[in-house]
Design a protein around this ligand. Structure first.
Ligand SMILES: [Zn+2]
Length: 288
């Protein structure tokens, strides 16, 4: 799946799709989902569960190649996290088939440092995790790096324990190789690509703004997990560090981009993944 924003081309590399992943927004029960007709058939299952996609977005400008978020990764022990454990997908073959070699990638953009966004940052070679994209600068929010790099050793929260492992496997080798570039959004990345602050899901969360020849695209990251949150920005995820700030970010971004030609490309949106935002009866919907 591909989109063009002026001279910028965006290609989706699918890792996995979860047709029913309602845990991401517990209040979005099938009863709630069934009231919102435009979510069918792309974004929810027939019986009203939220579908969730894990994919990377490759951004190619006339000068640079970037990978936005690197999914979960293969052969990662993620016990207790259904669907994430010991994956064996064709992610890398699919990237190569699209004509992108890891050595050619100039930038890896991590919208934030969760398990499903940094997996392919590294890969295992002879028992060591090494950078998958050895010639890239890896950009990530400075505040996220501080937050996720300093998780309490004695934490008894399963997700935080997991994130400690993720940091060791997927971030520390990048820092050790000198490839990490902590940034404070708003920040320019390269011609046509910049990071804007969208905090709440995580403290240093960024979204990616694409601008070329008068056209604009926005890669969301996880300030929004599912299109149902366009309908109701107050539907929150237990994976948000700060729910209230996440709601405020959604309202602000929706207000800014609704009823404009900006292509909104969702980091976890299933099916068509991208569309424009339309305001309607005091709420919003994604027009695909
Ligand atoms: Zn995510």
């Amino acid at each position: 799946m591909k989109w063009n924003i002026g001279d910028i081309r965006v290609t989706k590399i699918q890792e996995v799709v979860f047709p029913k992943f309602s845990d991401v927004i517990p209040a979005a029960t099938p009863e709630v989902v069934k009231q919102i007709k435009w979510l069918f058939p792309h974004f929810v299952s027939e019986d009203g569960h939220l579908s969730l996609s894990i994919h990377s977005l490759i951004v190619e400008t006339p000068h640079d190649k970037l990978v936005v978020d690197t999914c979960i990764g293969n052969s990662r022990s993620r016990e207790g996290f259904d669907g994430f454990h010991m994956l064996a997908t064709n992610y890398m073959q699919d990237m190569l088939a699209e004509g992108y070699k890891p050595d050619d990638i100039d930038y890896v953009l991590c919208t934030h440092l969760h398990v499903d966004h940094v997996g392919w940052n590294t890969h295992l070679v002879d028992g060591n995790y090494i950078p998958t994209f050895p010639n890239a600068s890896y950009l990530m929010g400075k505040q996220d790096l501080e937050f996720w790099g300093n998780i309490d050793e004695d934490t008894d929260i399963d997700f935080m324990k997991l994130q400690r492992t993720v940091f060791e496997e997927c971030l520390k080798p990048i820092l050790d190789a000198g490839l990490a570039r902590p940034v404070e959004a708003p920040a320019s990345v390269c011609d046509g690509v910049s990071l804007i602050p969208t905090p709440g899901h995580t403290p240093g969360h960024c979204s990616v703004l694409l601008e070329s020849k008068g056209e604009t695209g926005l890669i969301t990251g996880d300030f929004i997990h599912h299109p149902i949150q366009f309908h109701d920005a107050a539907l929150v995820s237990p994976f948000d560090v700060d729910n209230e700030q996440a709601i405020e970010t959604r309202r602000k971004i929706f207000g800014k981009y609704a009823d404009t030609p900006t292509l909104i490309i969702g980091t976890h949106f299933a099916g068509p993944t991208a569309g424009t935002l339309i305001s309607e009866n005091g709420t919003y919907r994604l027009q695909v």
